[in-house]
Design a protein around this ligand. Structure first.
Ligand code: ZN
Length: 605
C-alpha cells in the first residue's frame, strides 16, 4: 500500500512535504514509473528599518490545497470526484464548483499536475479540526498546508511606504513568463510601495521536489529535491521612531496631511508619513473579511490609499519664498541691504495683498521672518522682464532645487508637480490663444508660491535640505542595503546628489533668514530648547476649498544640519499653527531633550 503520509500533517515552515512509504508492489512496477515535479513556495524576504526593527515579515496560515494529479478523474471517476468536491466544499463552507473553477484556472495558467493548488487559506482552528476529523471521507489529493502570508507588525505605520502584496494576477503570471520565470497559484507579488519596487529581491526562489510516480500517478519514491530559497532582506533608511512620531502628530492635527523627514547629508528618507493611512495587513486577509476591510478603505472619502507625501501636489505658498530669495540673491536683483515698504498690499492693475502691514525697511531677513508678500512681489519683478525673462529665471532656479519634477525616489510612483513659466503657459494653452500670455500678475503670484506652482511634500523636504546642506539636491532613497539569505550584502545604496546653481554665500544668507523665522518670526512654535531649528511657514490657497493648506518646512541643527522636514496639513486654515506642532513632535523624537535639561526645565516651573 502506498500512501501520502503528509496529508493532514502540518509541516513546519515549509509549504509542505510529501513523504512516501514504499510498498511491496513498488519493485515490480518500477519500470513503468515516471517522475513528477512538485513546486515548493519560498517565503518572501523581510523588510527592516534603519535600526533593524522588523517592518514586514511572513507568517504561516493554515491552508488547504489539492494535488490535481491525485484526484479522481473528472471523466472516468465522475461520481467519486463530485462526492469529494462536495465534502470538501461543505467542510470549507465554499461551493464545490468554486473548487473545480480554481483547479481549471490554475491548469490554464500552466500549473503542473503535481503542483498543489490552494483552495482555501487562513483557516481557523475550528476549520482545521473539522478537516482532520473528516479525514477518512477525504482523499489523499487533499493536503493541509502552510500558506505563507505577509505580516506587517506595525499595522498602518508606514503602510504607504511598505505597500502590500497580492496573489499573482493573470497579468503578473504572463509578465513573469516573458522574463522566463514561473509564478504559481499561491505566489504573492508586490503591488505597491517597497513590496513592488523591490519585488525581485523580496521574491524568493521556489524549490522543487522530484517524485517517482507509478502508472496511476501515485508517488512511490522521492528522487531529489531542490531547496527553496527565501527572498532577501531589505533594509530601509526609515527610522520607525521618527515615522511613528510623525504619524501620531499628524493624526492629531486638524486635517489630513503628510510629513517627510530626510537626512540632509545623503538624501536618506527618515520618515515618510501620510494620513489617513491604511493597514497593509488588510491585503493578507481573505474572503469576506478581506472584502469588507478593503471596501471600508476604498470607500473612505478621505482616500487613505493616496500617498500624499509623494503622490499629491499642492501649492507651496510661502514655503516657496526661500527659493525665490535664493534666486533674487543669485541674480543680483536684491542684496541683504535692499529694503521695501509694505503698506499691506501691492498695486499692479489690481491689489495684490500682504497678510499684514509690515511697514518700511523690510529687508530679506525680515521678509522671510515675517513672511512679507510685498517684499517678494518686488523681488519677483526685479528678476527680469516680468512677462518673459524674470519668471523664466525664477522657474529655472526653483527646478534646480528639484521642485516641479519627479524626485527619483525608489517607489513605484512619484508625482512631478509643476513649476510654470511663460513657455509652459503657451504650450499648455496651445488651443486657447487668449490664455497664452504670461502677465506680470502671474509673476507676482509665482513669487509667493501661488498661481500654478505645485509641489509634493517630498520635493519640499529635498529642496529644504539643499538649502540646509549648502547646495546639494539629493535623490531621495528609502532602501540602504539589501542582503541575501546568508546575510551577505548584495546591494548598497550610493547617495546621488547634484549641485544647485546658488553660491554657498547666498545660501548662507537664506539660512540666516530661515533661522530668524524661528527665533523672531512666524515659526516660533519650533523654537526648541535642545536644538536650534530654522524654517519657513506657509499658508497656501487651495482653489478647491475655502480653507488654505498649512505648511512648515525646516531643518536642524541650524548650524550643522542633519535633518530636513516638510509638513503639510490640508485645508486646516490660515497660518501654519497646524503644521508646526507636527514638525515639533518629529524634532523632539530626533533630538530628545537631555535628562539634565529636562530637570532644569522642571525646576523653573
Ligand atoms: Zn508685508
Amino acid at each position: 500500500m502506498i500512501v501520502l503520509s503528509a496529508a493532514f500533517g502540518i509541516m513546519g515552515a515549509k509549504l509542505y512535504s510529501l513523504q512516501v512509504v514504499q510498498g511491496a508492489g513498488f519493485v515490480a512496477q518500477a519500470q513503468r514509473n515516471r517522475l513528477a515535479r512538485v513546486s515548493i513556495a519560498a517565503p518572501r524576504g523581510v523588510v527592516l528599518d534603519r535600526r533593524g526593527n522588523t517592518l514586514v515579515t511572513t507568517r504561516a496560515a493554515h491552508a488547504v490545497s489539492v494535488v490535481p494529479a491525485l484526484l479522481p478523474s473528472a471523466r472516468k471517476q465522475k461520481p467519486e470526484r463530485e462526492r469529494l468536491m462536495k465534502t470538501l466544499g461543505f467542510l470549507l463552507h465554499i461551493p464545490a464548483q468554486s473548487i473545480e473553477d480554481t483547479l481549471a484556472r490554475e491548469k490554464k495558467r500552466g500549473s503542473r499536475p503535481f503542483d498543489p493548488v490552494q483552495i482555501a487559506t487562513d483557516l481557523d482552528m475550528k476549520a482545521v479540526a473539522r478537516l482532520v476529523e473528516n479525514r477518512p471521507r477525504l482523499d489523499n489529493a487533499v493536503l493541509l498546508t502552510d500558506d505563507l502570508r505577509r505580516f506587517y507588525p506595525n499595522g498602518d505605520s508606514a503602510g504607504h511606504v511598505l505597500g502590500f502584496t497580492q496573489i499573482a494576477s493573470d497579468a503578473d503570471v504572463e509578465r513573469a513568463a516573458q522574463h522566463k520565470t514561473v509564478l504559481h497559484a499561491d505566489d504573492h507579488v508586490g503591488k505597491s510601495g517597497i513590496e513592488r519596487f523591490y519585488d525581485r529581491f523580496l521574491q524568493g526562489q521556489r524549490g522543487e521536489q522530484l517524485f517517482e510516480v507509478d502508472a496511476r500517478s501515485r508517488p512511490v519514491a522521492v528522487r531529489g529535491r531542490t531547496p527553496e530559497r527565501p527572498g532577501g532582506t531589505v533594509q530601509l533608511s526609515l527610522d520607525l521612531k521618527l515615522q511613528r512620531a510623525a504619524e501620531t502628530a499628524l493624526s492629531s492635527a486638524r486635517n489630513t496631511g503628510a510629513v517627510v523627514a530626510i537626512d540632509t547629508r545623503n538624501g536618506e528618507v527618515l520618515a515618510l508619513a501620510s494620513r489617513p493611512g491604511f493597514d497593509p495587513n488588510t491585503f493578507s486577509l481573505t474572503g469576506k473579511q478581506y472584502r469588507e476591510a478593503y471596501l471600508r478603505i476604498a470607500n473612505d472619502p478621505k482616500k487613505p490609499m493616496v500617498f500624499r507625501a509623494v503622490n499629491s501636489r499642492f501649492p507651496p505658498g510661502s514655503t516657496f519664498k526661500p527659493f525665490v530669495a535664493a534666486a533674487g540673491l543669485e541674480s543680483g536683483a536684491v542684496s541683504t541691504g535692499s529694503t521695501v515698504n509694505c503698506p499691506g498690499y501691492f498695486m499692479m492693475g489690481r491689489k495684490f495683498g500682504c497678510w499684514q502691514r509690515h511697514g518700511a525697511g523690510v529687508n530679506l531677513s525680515t521678509a522671510l521672518a515675517k513672511s512679507c508678500d510685498v517684499y517678494f512681489y518686488h523681488l519677483g519683478l526685479k528678476l527680469g522682464n516680468p512677462e518673459t525673462t524674470g519668471p523664466t529665471y525664477l522657474a529655472k532656479m526653483a527646478r534646480e532645487f528639484g521642485l516641479g519634477s519627479k524626485t527619483g525616489i525608489d517607489l513605484p510612483s512619484d508625482e512631478a508637480g509643476l513649476i510654470p513659466d511663460p513657455a509652459w503657459r503657451k504650450r499648455f494653452n496651445a488651443r486657447r490663444p487668449d490664455q497664452q500670455r504670461w502677465f506680470p500678475g502671474n509673476t507676482l503670484n509665482m513669487s509667493i508660491g501661488q498661481g500654478d506652482v505645485l509641489v509634493t511634500p517630498l520635493q519640499m523636504a529635498i529642496a529644504t535640505a539643499a538649502i540646509a546642506n549648502g547646495g546639494t539636491r539629493w535623490t531621495p532613497h528609502l532602501v540602504t542595503k539589501i542582503f541575501d539569505l546568508n546575510r551577505k550584502l548584495v546591494q548598497r545604496a550610493v547617495p546621488h546628489g547634484e549641485r544647485v546653481g546658488v553660491s554657498a554665500n547666498n545660501l548662507a544668507i537664506v539660512r540666516q533668514g530661515m533661522r530668524t523665522v524661528v527665533t523672531n518670526g512666524t515659526g516660533k512654535a519650533c523654537n526648541l530648547p535642545q536644538v536650534a531649528v530654522a524654517g519657513k511657514t506657509g499658508s497656501a490657497e487651495d482653489v478647491h476649498n475655502a480653507l488654505p493648506h498649512s505648511w512648515w518646512v525646516c531643518y536642524a541643527p541650524a548650524d550643522k544640519p542633519r535633518i530636513a522636514i516638510a509638513v503639510i496639513v490640508e485645508n486646516s486654515g490660515h497660518g501654519s499653527e497646524n503644521a508646526l506642532p507636527v514638525a515639533r513632535a518629529v524634532l523632539n523624537a530626533a533630538f530628545p531633550i537631555p535628562a539634565s535639561m529636562k530637570a532644569k526645565m522642571k525646576g523653573k516651573e
